[in-house]
Design a protein around this ligand. Structure first.
Ligand SMILES: Nc1ncnc2c1ncn2[C@@H]1O[C@H](COP(=O)(O)OP(=O)(O)O)[C@@H](O)[C@H]1O
Ligand SMILES: [Mg+2]
Length: 437
């Protein structure tokens, strides 16, 4: 029997828990999170609601329940050192320790890591610690630059010229703001192309990729509106994306493998967890946008339901450094995931209003996120509420099914109807063809 702790309580952690429970082994699941997730609760023996920065309490809960190992969903506890903290109590965590989690928590660290180790994939960039030469460097990109705050900012630290910043002067001002807040800022070249997520299992040496996924950050159809935690994502039956070649995936894989080795050399420790590269396919090949140190949300919902290999074995292989000894397989299905979010999300979301899932067929893939379960039903929590996932032999079939199910959620919610549709995918394919020609 295995007693496993999931840290976190969103839809990502719901699917992590479900995948652990599918194990051939007898798994007793526990979760510690900041909310009551109705789906996770059903899968777990016990759960505790608490703050994710209350490491003492997480440790106490883990020890009380004789946890064999933990899987950490969100980035903040990793960046703050939950892995180091639980290890002191003898509990291993699938997820890098604080030093290694800099790969996500410090954009400048990651750019420098690639640079120093001659790993291809960085755009032109420079880290600034004061405003010396800052204005001139921004100017050198002729209006195509990106300014990145150097820390975890919940998706709000990066500003892109043309999208958020409309002159060099505005860029300079934002860079000064970052300098004032963090003492550091990254300025880089704006790359043009199609972004994709390639998440990999990593034991510090071996890197095994999951199917590639494309996420959609903007709130409204046609990539309009404010940025969100992610409104939905799709992945294809062949584990590529319609606008990617297998060479693109090979390039991305090579970057991740090189990074796993370089970080071991640099910091003297093995990166054990999920290595999630945010890449962009450009006319000059694949470049790195950023690394995350955990599963993507929604991307986890695209890939984990397809995992054929026992996830408990995969986690143990990550922790033991044995990933090269196991075969990791994913089913060949296309997956489309869409989030139903409260009206007004993300800026002024309705919260505390009731929704109903009664009309959704039992076989639909449904994962709970920000909802409160009360005696008389489910209420909106104010952030992304319900993720619906559907599979198909191709993306369009999966999209159709996903749309059919998500439309049945009753209440003041909306979702993006364009994610995974033929017209959207064709547009992306055409864009890449044009760039590459
Ligand atoms: N060098 C770049 N060129 C073009 N777009 C970029 C670049 N860096 C970031 N972006 C855009 O900004 C978004 C957020 O940046 P990212 O580095 O992923 O930070 P975070 O996810 O932490 O907010 C990316 O998804 C991408 O759309
Ligand atoms: Mg990102």
């Amino acid at each position: 029997m295995k007693q496993i702790l999931v840290i976190g309580s969103g839809a990502r952690e719901h699917v992590i828990g479900e995948t652990l429970k599918r194990s051939q082994q007898d798994v007793k699941l526990f979760y510690f999170g900041n909310s009551k997730n109705p789906g996770l609760v059903k899968l777990c023996e016990k759960y505790e609601i608490g703050k994710l920065d209350d490491f003492e309490n997480i440790k106490k809960f883990a020890l009380e329940n004789k946890i064999d190992f933990a899987v950490c969903g969100p980035e903040a506890p990793l960046a703050a050192g939950i892995t180091d903290y639980l290890l002191e109590a003898g509990i291993r965590v699938v997820g890098p320790n604080k030093k290694l989690a800099q790969l996500e928590s410090s954009k400048s660290f990651t750019r420098d890591l690639l640079d120093k180790n001659n790993i291809k994939g960085n755009p032109l960039y420079k880290n600034f610690f004061d405003n010396n030469g800052l204005k001139e460097y921004i100017g050198s990109f002729k209006g195509n630059y990106v300014i990145k705050a150097d820390g975890l900012k919940g998706g709000k630290g990066v500003k892109v010229s043309g999208d958020h910043l409309f002159s060099d002067e505005e860029g300079y001002k934002y860079a000064l703001e970052c300098l004032r807040d963090e003492g550091k800022v990254v300025v880089e070249e704006k790359l043009i192309g199609q972004e994709f997520s390639l998440m990999s299992f990593c034991d510090g040496t071996t890197v095994i990729d999951m199917p590639a996924v494309q996420d959609h950050k903007r709130a409204y159809d046609k990539d309009k509106g404010p940025n969100t935690g992610g409104m939905g994502s799709y992945s294809d039956a062949n584990h590529l994306l319609p606008f990617l070649t297998s060479k693109d995936i090979d390039e991305a894989h090579h970057i991740s493998e090189s990074v796993a080795n370089a970080i071991k050399t640099e910091l003297g420790e093995y990166y054990k967890g999920i290595l999630y590269g945010g890449f962009i396919a450009t006319k000059n090949g694949v470049s790195l946008i950023e690394y995350n140190a955990r599963f993507g949300d929604p991307e986890a919902m695209n890939v984990l339901p397809l995992l054929e290999t026992d996830f408990v074995l995969v986690c143990e292989a990550i922790l033991d450094g044995n990933l090269d000894k196991i075969n990791v397989n994913f089913r060949n299905k296309a997956m489309v995931c869409k989030y139903a979010v409260p009206r007004g999300y993300p800026d002024n979301p309705i919260r505390g209003t009731k929704i109903s899932l009664d009309k959704i067929p039992a076989e639909a893939g449904l994962y709970f996120a920000s909802v409160d379960e009360k005696e008389d039903g489910l209420y909106l929590g104010g952030s992304r509420a319900i993720a619906i996932v559907a599979e198909g032999d191709n993306i369009f079939e999966a999209e159709d099914k996903c749309e059919d199910a998500i439309k049945l959620i009753e209440g003041p919610v909306f979702h993006r109807s364009d994610i995974g549709t033929e017209s959207m995918i064709n547009e992306k394919v055409r864009m890449m063809e044009k760039l590459r020609s």
